[in-house]
Design a protein around this ligand. Structure first.
Ligand SMILES: [Zn+2]
Ligand SMILES: [Zn+2]
Length: 293
């Protein structure tokens, strides 16, 4: 089979199963029929037709980049460089689920740190600005990435497949969970039932509101599946900060203050570093404020 045919098959799979099916289904269910279902949006701000057009255009270009990289990854698989295994008895029973959890944890770590890196002011407009032009995203934004971000995002998938031993069934489960979490996260409606959200077992996992809040508070909530890195690194913003969400609490003052500071154009190295490590910068800033006060 020539590389071109491989690419064409992979492109069709990524386009239909990876993008059009999940984004189309969530859009139809939660945007076209949101009013019939009496759903309460997380934000008052509504996406425009222009936003959706931009999200689709960027996503299609990402599907092309993903497909080129997936074709290269398939070649690496054929050459024996990935950790994919076919015989379920190669590992103990239950390993399938352990491996999927490991894949989610590795990918979440990759996502958190590359995501924070892309928010660093000197690289932001070349990598991640395209995604953040959607302040109130729709499911069509799941791959709304500039080319550099698309490259980094697929590299994360490649790292998972190169280092975590995954059976094709485990890989399918991983991709399915990734598609659901990513698409739900851009739907604009909280889909996780309240009793699950409030369960102590769920506290390390993200809700839809978690990522929706990232689109309105770009210095918070960088994680994908889990919020463990956000909690450890001081970038966690709880769901209660959402404007339309249940008993509405105002956005915490320190967040509003931080957003105001980072909204100013700044060029000093210390301030640029502040974009990458906001809490360190905030601490240093408050110490120097105390000294000068
Ligand atoms: Zn997003
Ligand atoms: Zn972001």
């Amino acid at each position: 089979m020539t590389l071109l045919i491989e690419f064409a098959i992979i492109f069709a799979i990524v386009l239909v199963l990876g993008y059009l099916a999940p984004a189309g289904a969530y859009y139809w269910l939660f945007h076209v029929h949101a009013e019939d279902r009496h759903l309460d949006p997380i934000q008052h701000r509504r996406p425009t037709a222009k936003d959706i057009r931009r999200e689709v255009q960027l996503s299609i270009s990402t599907v092309v980049i993903f497909s080129v990289m997936a074709t290269a990854l398939y070649e690496l698989y054929k050459a024996g460089y990935t950790n994919i295994y076919w015989n379920l008895r190669d590992y103990p029973y239950g390993f399938l689920f352990v491996s999927v959890f490991a894949a989610l944890a590795v990918h979440d770590t990759w996502f958190y740190w590359t995501h924070r890196f892309m928010h660093w002011r000197p690289v932001f407009k070349y990598t991640h600005l395209g995604h953040h032009r959607s302040v109130s995203p729709t499911p069509w934004a799941i791959y709304a990435f500039q080319p550099a971000e698309a490259f980094l995002q697929f590299l994360g998938i490649a790292v998972v497949i190169m280092i975590v031993p995954l059976h094709p069934l485990g890989m399918l489960l991983f991709f399915w969970i990734d598609a659901q979490v990513n698409t739900a996260g851009h739907t604009g409606y909280e889909l996780v039932p309240r009793f699950i959200r409030q369960s102590p077992w769920f506290q390390g996992c993200n809700t839809v509101t978690h990522h929706d809040l990232h689109h309105t508070h770009p210095n918070k909530n960088f994680g994908s599946f889990f919020n463990v890195w956000d909690r450890w690194m001081g970038t966690y913003l709880p769901d209660e900060a959402a404007e339309n969400h249940g008993v509405v609490k105002p956005v915490p003052a320190e967040v509003a203050e931080h957003d105001r500071k980072t909204a100013k154009p700044s060029r000093s190295f210390r301030e640029q570093l502040g974009g990458l490590v906001p809490q360190l910068f905030a601490e240093r800033q408050s110490r120097s404020d105390h000294r000068t006060a």
